[in-house]
Design a protein around this ligand. Structure first.
Ligand SMILES: NC(=O)C1=CN([C@@H]2O[C@H](COP(=O)(O)OP(=O)(O)OC[C@H]3O[C@@H](n4cnc5c(N)ncnc54)[C@H](OP(=O)(O)O)[C@@H]3O)[C@@H](O)[C@H]2O)C=CC1
Ligand SMILES: O=C([O-])CC(=O)C(=O)O
Length: 438
């Protein structure tokens, strides 16, 4: 499988904070004294920074300063203990810090329990969850944390809740950015881009200032491609390559429709790519996809169905679901976020690939640079990825790719003021929709 390397800027942030104080949140009603030793929080590792981590003596438990703006450690998770101590499981890896924004929302309500259970990062990977909410969602965030407590996940070593991204993103190695303002009735897409853009510009700045220098960022909140672009442009110290817009749900939807039409179970469908924007211009690629290892077009000979119904079904699947459910896909989105992470932390099966919205600089397909565009990727399982080069194009595919590319370029013009690109000029070609809006 030929792959293309993207240019990766070097990670410039250096150094670890010398110590972290761990505190009991005295006001937390669910605080319970447990029998294990309350010690300092263990340091997170900065994956690619050449910084030596030294073991540190436990520090005394402190009462939270009521004036402190720090995120709250929550209930039983304030009683974290040193993983190097006697109870450490020898086979466990070093704790990783995972931030989730929109943590009191519907998608997070499914995702957090997957992250905490070991289904995503693996059964030997302890995790610390840093949950970002807002003043309006703070109580709900406490409710989420209480449910996490009551789930008794062995791998879940810490939970913090907070409303300040500069605190919540401290040292995180993964940031799953889900929280975003939904498009309200009568709201123009340009307005949605601007309102959400402000959120992602701020979160990009916060990640740049306090996250691990090699943090991996998955933007879910819509419009996710352009939000991811805004986020990365506001985080110049973090490699642009580390930012993803979630298009894995679209890939999973495409696989399901191909399997249904071919009369096979969906594990027989591989090499499915979503090109472009997570919107109704997205391009589910049936030219390169395979069923039982054969090109889709050899297995599904009804090419009219592929070009018309299949494409339309995948593009609008989210909207059809909203009509049935009365709300947008939450569980399947959470599953697809888990899939997206697993695809980066486990080696891609030989010959296969996965879709992700990534920064286009240096891409081998001739797609415009400087946007976040979904393409086929492969990973060695180290959190990084490469672009798959040996894909084929025909006129149909190229025409569709050009349309979704034009939409993303127009979205970029609309948010120029948020990405250091001067004055914004919003000339969206047509009022294209999120998958859930049709
Ligand atoms: N890329 C993809 O494949 C998919 C993306 N999505 C998108 O994911 C996002 C979250 O969906 P879901 O969890 O179902 O939504 P919910 O409405 O359940 O939760 C989203 C969270 O976003 C936060 N939020 C709402 N308004 C604002 C605002 N003005 N400013 C900042 N944050 C806000 C809220 O958190 P708080 O109050 O704490 O700020 C809320 O908890 C949406 O943008 C949705 O369109 C959904 C499905 C698929
Ligand atoms: O439009 C939405 O909010 C939901 C969405 O992205 C999808 O279902 O793919």
């Amino acid at each position: 499988m030929a792959v293309a390397e993207l240019t990766t800027p070097t990670c410039t942030k250096q150094g670890l904070r010398s110590s972290e104080v761990f505190y009991l949140s005295a006001g937390t009603p669910s605080f319970r004294r447990l029998s294990f030793r309350p010690l300092r929080r263990t340091h997170s590792s900065r994956i690619s920074c050449s910084v030596n981590q030294t073991a540190q003596a436990p520090v005394a438990v402190q009462t939270k300063d009521p004036k402190s703006n720090k995120p709250e450690c929550f209930g039983v998770f304030c009683l974290t203990y040193d993983l190097k101590a006697e109870e450490e499981t020898k086979s466990w890896k070093k704790l990783i810090n995972v931030a989730v924004s929109g943590a009191a929302g519907m998608i997070s309500n499914h995702l957090l329990f997957k992250l905490a259970s070991g289904q995503v990062f693996g059964p030997d990977q302890p995790v610390a969850l840093k949950l970002l909410g807002s003043e309006r969602s703070f109580q709900a965030l406490e409710g989420v944390a209480m449910e996490l407590e009551d789930s008794l996940f062995p791998l879940l070593r810490e939970v913090q809740i907070g409303i300040d991204p500069y605190e919540v993103f401290q040292d995180v190695e993964w940031a799953l950015l889900i929280g975003a303002k939904p498009r309200g009735p009568g709201m123009e897409r340009a307005e949605l881009l601007d309102v959400n853009g402000q959120i992602f510009a701020e979160q990009g700045k916060a990640l740049n200032a306090v996250a691990s220098c090699n943090v991996k960022v998955i933007v879910v909140g819509n419009p996710c491609n352009t939000n991811a672009l805004i986020c990365l442009k506001n985080a110049p110290n973090i490699p642009a390559k580390n930012f993803h817009a979630l298009t894995r749900l679209d890939e999973n939807r495409a696989k399901c429709q191909l399997a249904l039409k071919a009369g096979v179970f969906y594990d027989k469908v591989s090499n499915a790519t979503i090109w472009g924007n997570h919107s109704t211009t997205q391009v589910p690629d049936f030219l390169n996809a395979r069923i039982n290892g054969l090109p889709v077009k050899e297995v599904i000979t009804d090419h009219k169905w592929l070009e018309e119904e299949f494409t339309d079904k995948v593009q609008k699947r989210g909207g059809v679901l909203i009509k049935k459910w009365g709300r947008s896909s939450a569980a399947s989105t959470a599953v697809s976020i888990a899939d997206a992470i697993k695809s980066l932390v486990t080696p891609t099966p030989e010959g296969d690939w996965f879709s992700s919205g990534v920064y286009t600089d240096g891409n081998p397909y001739g797609i415009a640079e400087g946007i976040v565009f979904s393409v086929p990727c492969r990973s060695k399982g180290d959190g990084d990825y490469e672009l798959v080069k040996d894909v084929i194009f025909d006129d149909y595919l190229l025409k569709r790719i050009t349309k979704t590319e034009a939409e993303l370029l127009a979205e970029r013009r609309c948010v120029a003021h948020l990405i250091g690109g001067g004055v914004a000029f919003c000339d969206l070609p047509e009022d294209t929709m999120l998958p859930g809006e049709m």
